[in-house]
Design a protein around this ligand. Structure first.
Ligand code: AMP
Ligand code: GLY
Length: 423
């Protein structure tokens, strides 16, 4: 079949890598893709937020299956448009993607279905929000309701920080995303991500992972989109997964269906785990990046069969074949990220990296120019490895990094530390 993946980061490189290995794949196109993706698939210059353009592209290229990577095209209704045009599509409708696009909506769903999450209040004006912060005290969490490129959440350790966040949000710092603000209880515990495929009725757990959001070793420095990840996440034990499935995921799926807006795609549940029990931090309507890279490394070619079963509404018949393995990915970023950074530096040594079912360098932000790979983003490469143990996966990934010569880049040296500390 002919498959179109929308997106151009490390997540989409990993999806393309896994899908390409499946014999069902004839033609594989990724839009817009990147230099790494171009080594294994066709790349197309297509505005992925333009639903009509995506539908027209599918018709011209006889696309049988569309996989939507990032949240922006989901929120823009691209999956609705391709499905309406009769094209099999993996990814939720814009209505269902509100589970990511609106924090207030997610809270409303949690209330309606009884899913455990932080206590909260919604605000549309600064005055009452400030009064609430003063009454509650710190630590407290202030969230812009809408999509703010991962920057709309302030975990305030002091009251002053929380008040500043309220003022910034109502002052327009996050544009329309901050017109409504959710203020919630600060939850303690260990955070991990649970990935579930759902066709709107059936749910299939496809793995757990833990991300590293801070820029620096020891979880210090500013927040980023994620500096590395590993799967499985031991804190998300079988028991916690069963509890999260029964108390959070399944009730959410049923509530979305009951409202006439069934959720189809991957549901990424960010959980805070304490005392052997998970509470919902947030939902995302897409695979995590870089969590997807470690999930794809473990799933391999069967990922396509699972995405198809999801899109075709037959997840009740799907099974995941698990290898007893571990995967870990280290993000290499341009120096300066997540602040200002330079584009265009040359990355040397990529040809020395092994590429097989145990080692893969996924490209997140790269550009090819005259045969040379250049950095073209903040997060640039995802050095990913698989092993029989987390330690083996970690050693393989860092071993690959030793082959690279890229003075303008950096990475954390402690990816996987929480999981390794448990061994
Ligand atoms: P979000 O964009 O909702 O993922 O929030 C970003 C990060 O803020 C999460 O991954 C958590 O680390 C943290 N966070 C969000 N909500 C809470 C909460 N209620 N309590 C503690 N930490 C939180
Ligand atoms: N790595 C976190 C995310 O994709 O939202």
């Amino acid at each position: 079949m002919n498959i179109l993946i929308l997106g151009g980061g490390g997540r989409e490189h990993a999806l393309a890598w896994a899908i390409k290995q499946n014999p069902k794949t004839d033609r594989l196109i990724v839009a817009p893709g990147n230099a790494g993706i171009a080594m294994l698939a066709e790349v197309a210059d297509l505005d992925v937020l333009d639903a009509a353009a995506v539908v027209a592209f599918c018709a011209e290229n006889a696309v049988d299956f569309v996989v939507v990577g990032p949240e922006a095209p989901l929120a823009a209704g691209v999956a609705d448009a391709t499905r309406a045009a009769g094209i099999l599509t993996f990814g939720p409708s814009a209505e269902a993607a509100r589970l990511e696009a609106s924090k207030a909506f997610t809270k409303e769903i949690c209330d309606a279905c009884g899913a455990p999450t932080a206590a909260y209040v919604r605000f549309t004006e600064a005055g009452p929000a400030r009064a609430y912060v003063k009454a509650q005290g710190a630590p407290i969490v202030v969230k812009a309701d809408g999509l703010a490129a991962g920057k709309g959440v302030i975990v305030a350790m002091t009251e002053a920080e929380a008040l500043d966040a309220v003022d910034d949000m109502f002052g327009g710092e996050f544009g329309a995303a901050g017109a409504e603000v959710v203020i919630e209880e600060f939850m303690t515990g260990e955070e991990a991500s649970f990935f579930i495929l759902t066709d709107g009725v059936n749910a299939l757990a496809i793995g757990t992972a833990q991300d590293h959001k801070r820029m620096g070793d020891g979880d210090t420095g500013p927040n980023t989109g994620g500096m590395g990840a590993y799967s499985p996440a031991p804190v998300l034990s079988e028991v916690v997964q069963a509890q999260a499935m029964a108390e959070i995921v399944l009730p959410t799926i049923r509530e979305m269906a009951r409202r006439g807006t069934p959720y189809q795609g991957v549901l990424y549940a960010g959980l805070m785990i304490e005392g052997g029990r998970g509470r919902l931090v947030e939902y995302n309507a897409r695979f995590g990046d870089p969590e997807c890279q470690v999930l794809m490394m473990r799933l391999g070619a069967q990922a396509l069969d699972l995405l198809l079963a999801c899109a075709e509404g037959r997840l009740d018949q799907a099974r995941v074949n698990w290898a007893d393995d571990h995967a870990l990915t280290v993000v290499m970023a341009a120096k300066g990220y997540p602040g200002a950074y330079q584009r265009g530096s040359m990355i040397h040594g990529l040809e020395r990296l092994p590429e097989d079912s145990r080692h893969m360098c996924f490209h997140a932000g790269t550009l090819e120019k005259d045969g040379q790979i250049l950095a073209n983003g903040g997060r640039v490469l995802n050095i990913t490895a698989r092993g029989a143990s987390l330690e083996e996966a970690r050693n393989r990934a860092y071993g690959m990094i030793d082959h690279l010569d890229w003075p303008e880049g950096f990475c954390r040296s402690d990816i996987g530390w929480r999981g390794l500390a448990r061994d």
